[in-house]
Design a protein around this ligand. Structure first.
Ligand SMILES: [Zn+2]
Ligand SMILES: [Zn+2]
Length: 397
């Protein structure tokens, strides 16, 4: 980890503590997060894994008095003096270069433009992340956003529905209050990491911290495990919400349910719930935006003579008039039998006429069809035939 990396990260915000937090507060905040994000509770959860790493990294710096001081100094230096220096630069002052500050090699991506000189995400990006981070660190922590997927029957997606949605979130075990120890026993400090939860190795002037393998970052070892959480101190809490899915949702759509995510900490507002919609295919109907589609086979005779078709819709059957001489592939529109839109209007049902060609015919049908063929003029292919004759060097096949 380099100095510049330190600047881009708000370790206080990562742990959800204030800049003036005591060592004890930092330790508590870290332990709580380490339990919540414990790999055992979040199998195959890449987000939790990434956060677990961030939290460990933040704790690695803030739990070490010397490193924390260094970090605070660096951020205050960069946040005040350096900023003023740069602001003057436009008015004829010395241009500011981030590399002056740390004496490091240039890290620029080589791209020109406003941030080109500073490399990485650019100067303004660095600042905005530090400033928003500081604000986030001081205020109560907003609950995390949650994403859940629901699979709907085709008709439910068209009409809308209300369904229970069970969400699993990691939380502290109520039996042992997070200690992971069985009643009457106490967790003891991990001898490997001396209770810090982190193993640190030094490389030059920088050090790298990673979660201790023996205690999995928690800092304590539990000999007699709490039976309810199997010693991890955390359990997966489930809560069930009734979620109203509006009519007309489509496959892959994300619906935001404001305030239905995880509850906030210390009076913070809850996060949002994002519901990702999956819609099962239907045997009969398809969707084309707000229109429903349906393909209905007709015989050649029905296409020629015309017919009335009884077809299903999402609410009851309707009669669709197929006029005499309807070609295959024609789409007949049944108004108002499609998907309900947000403004209350409704799409249409589009019925595609599919002229069915039998693959085998009875002797009687064959005779009748031959008679029909003899009595019918050829198909209107004159222009096609003429064009085919004009083609030079065409294959005679
Ligand atoms: Zn427990
Ligand atoms: Zn340990």
């Amino acid at each position: 980890m380099s100095s510049k990396d330190w600047l881009e990260k708000d370790f206080y915000a990562v742990l959800g503590v204030s800049k003036s937090a005591s060592a004890d507060e930092i330790k508590k905040a870290y332990r709580k997060l380490a339990r919540e994000l414990h790999p055992d509770h979040n199998p195959d959860d890449k987000k939790a894994e990434a956060r677990f790493k961030d939290v460990s990294e933040a704790y690695g710096v803030l739990s070490d008095e010397r490193k924390r001081k260094e970090y605070d100094e660096m951020r205050s230096l960069f946040g005040s003096g350096a900023f003023r220096r740069n602001a003057r630069a436009g008015a004829g002052g010395t241009p500011f270069d981030i590399n002056d500050l740390f004496g490091g090699a240039p890290t620029g991506t080589g791209q020109a433009g406003s941030g080109g000189r500073f490399g990485g995400g650019g100067f303004s990006d660095l600042f905005s992340s530090i400033f928003t981070g500081d604000r986030a660190g001081r205020r109560a922590a907003r609950g995390r956003d949650v994403e859940a997927e629901v699979t709907l029957a085709f008709a439910d997606a068209v009409r809308g529905t209300t369904m229970p949605l069970t969400l699993r979130t990691p939380g502290v075990c109520d039996t042992c209050h997070g200690s992971g120890a069985a009643a009457g026993s106490q967790p003891r400090p991990c001898p490997t990491c001396h209770g810090s939860g982190l193993v640190t190795s030094n490389q030059g002037s920088f050090s790298f911290s990673e979660p201790c393998r023996d205690c999995q970052g928690v800092g304590t070892i539990v000999d007699e495990k709490c039976p309810d959480c199997r010693g991890t101190g955390g359990i997966t809490k489930t809560r069930t919400l009734n979620v109203r899915i509006p009519a007309g949702v489509t496959d892959g759509q994300r619906i935001r349910l404001s305030g239905r995510g995880e509850p906030g900490d210390r009076g913070g507002s809850p996060g949002d719930l994002y519901v990702v919609i999956r819609v099962k295919a239907d045997d009969l109907f398809g969707r084309n935006g707000d229109d429903l589609t349906l393909t209905v086979p007709v015989t050649f005779a029905e296409a020629v003579f015309g017919t009335d078709l009884r077809v299903p819709t999402m609410d009851g059957a309707v009669t669709v008039r197929v006029p005499p001489g309807t070609p295959g592939g024609r789409i007949l529109r049944v108004r108002g039998k499609g998907v309900v839109r947000r403004n209350g209007t409704t799409g249409d049902l589009l019925v595609t006429v599919d002229v069915h060609v039998p693959t085998s015919v009875s002797e009687q049908a064959r005779k009748a069809l031959q008679e029909f063929a003899d009595a019918t003029p050829p198909a209107p292919r004159e222009r096609i035939d003429a064009a085919a004759r004009r083609v030079v060097g065409g294959n005679r096949q």
